[in-house]
Design a protein around this ligand. Structure first.
Ligand code: NAD
Length: 256
């Protein structure tokens, strides 16, 4: 490839990088010149994806709910990449249950991974990125964080928390002049292993896929690459004057 690429010389860490949107984001970041660290609790899969990406990628074990694990992963990023400029917080879980059926344990696990995990990511991401002259954090929220669904009581609440911590982090970094922007994306239903679990456990996979497609005005389910492209925009210097936003990438779902 000739010419400068958007992430030449940039160092990035992607949580949830072993699968779905995180893996697609890591692939695109590497293709655009970044050195990428895939951080995931599924270290076997993270290693396999990093190997497939090639020499620009490597992996590290991270449990996003554990602050010590964050400290170790950030230290590892600095040691192996030499710096950190971009953090993408993509690790997450989604287990459908309404407020009556959701157990307190499910609520707590969902908040621990989706909300605590992003809080810790922003906290340790800012502390690390500010040492290297600034950069960008992109958090994975969801359309369900803006428009909660009856079947997603714990998940919707966790993603609303992601939207709030994103704006708070953006404002803090702007006030301090750190040169760190913080934004969120709100994916609509996107075909990844997370969604395959619903499809495989439902009565009729094709009917469910058609239902996902028809609930999005553009008439199809999202692809991981659709979301990754938006994440790269927000992480890149193309978005130099963009911070604190929540960007829907949802085939028009939230426009209705
Ligand atoms: N797929 C969708 O339809 C959709 C829609 C809206 C938002 N999102 C959000 O996008 C993000 C990525 O989702 P995906 O569809 O790629 O899911 P996925 O299940 O394919 O990937 C999630 C990754 O997170 C990792 N993970 C889970 N808990 C972790 C922990 N405690 N520590 C470290 N890693 C952990 C998993 O091992 C996995 O590799 C999630 O935050 C999800 O909520 C997805």
């Amino acid at each position: 490839m000739s010419g400068a690429r958007r992430f030449d010389g940039r160092c990035a860490m992607v949580t949830g990088g072993a699968s779905g949107i995180g893996a697609a984001t890591a692939r695109l970041l590497a293709a655009e010149g970044a050195r990428v660290l895939l951080a995931d609790r599924n270290i076997g899969l993270a290693e396999a994806v990093a190997r497939e990406i090639g020499s620009a990628a490597s992996s590290v074990a991270l449990d996003v709910t554990d602050e010590r694990s964050w400290e170790a992963a950030c230290a590892h990023a600095v040691e192996t990449l030499g710096a950190l400029h971009v953090l993408v917080n993509s690790a997450g879980i989604s287990v459908p249950a309404n407020v009556e059926d959701a157990t307190f344990a499910l609520w707590r696990e969902t908040q621990a991974i989706n909300a605590d995990g992003v809080f810790l990511g922003c906290k340790h991401g800012v502390a690390t990125i500010k040492r290297f002259g600034g950069g960008a954090i992109v958090n994975l929220a969801s359309t369900l964080g803006a428009r909660p669904g009856a079947m997603y009581a714990a998940y919707s609440a966790s993603k609303a928390a992601v939207l709030a911590i994103t704006r708070s982090t953006a404002l803090h970094c702007a006030e301090r002049g750190y040169g760190i922007r913080c934004n969120a994306v709100l994916p609509g239903a996107t075909h990844t292993p997370m969604v395959d679990v619903y499809l495989d456990n439902g009565p009729d996979r094709e009917a469910l896929l058609a239902q996902f497609a028809s609930s999005h005005p553009l008439g199809r389910i999202g692809r991981a690459e659709d979301i990754a492209k938006g994440i790269l925009y927000l992480a890149s210097s193309d978005a130099d004057w963009v911070t604190g936003v929540a960007l829907p990438i949802d085939g028009g779902f939230l426009a209705r």
